[in-house]
Design a protein around this ligand. Sequence first.
Ligand code: GLN
Length: 221
Amino acid sequence: MSGLSNSGVIGVLDLQGGVQEHLDHLQRLGVASRPVKRAEELAALAGLIIPGGESTCLSRLLTIFGLREAIEERWRQGLQLWGTCAGAILLARENAGETPFFGLIDITVSRNAFGSQMDSFNCEALAPAVAREPIPLTFIRAPKILRAGPGVRVLLELDGYIAAAEDDRALVTIFHPELTPSLAFHRYFARKCGLRVAEADDAALDPAWTPQSWTRFSYHS
Ligand code: GLN
């Protein structure tokens, strides 16, 4: 771990993709969070979510804004990372037929492995390490995780592919928990970042939650 103090704040990379939805879920959990656009904003974060969106676009913006090296440096110092969908593609060590980006977790991904945008789908599955109840899952032109290396724990395996995995420093999910009512993966990541988060019935926390609920918050001053 680094000498940098852990502020207890989780950042969400705010260059492109599903940013507000992650901030909304962290806020529902009672976890302090902030959007991250600049390298300076990585200081003292407990964790960083790299959201879903479009991995090529995100990789270019990460390079243009000088965030690539800054994130790698903070990861070496102990920053926990969570990549959802495009974020998982960026974190993977191998990207079938393409050049990997960060390569920080020993997995192989295959982009757009379910087909076109029209082949996006919802389902539910039990991930016992993450929650006792089945978790709703939303896949949007998702990659598949084809391989997990020896240091990687598989958290959810579906029909012949891995859908969620982690090592000691990074979590990857090929689906979008931030687009469902469930807070299970956000709670799991917050705990992985060393934060104390109470167990609760997610629906009871906010029975009126809808996928548009994040619009009730204003994050940018
Ligand atoms: N298909 C996108 C990509 O390859 C990922 C989609 C997503 O993040 N929902 O980057």
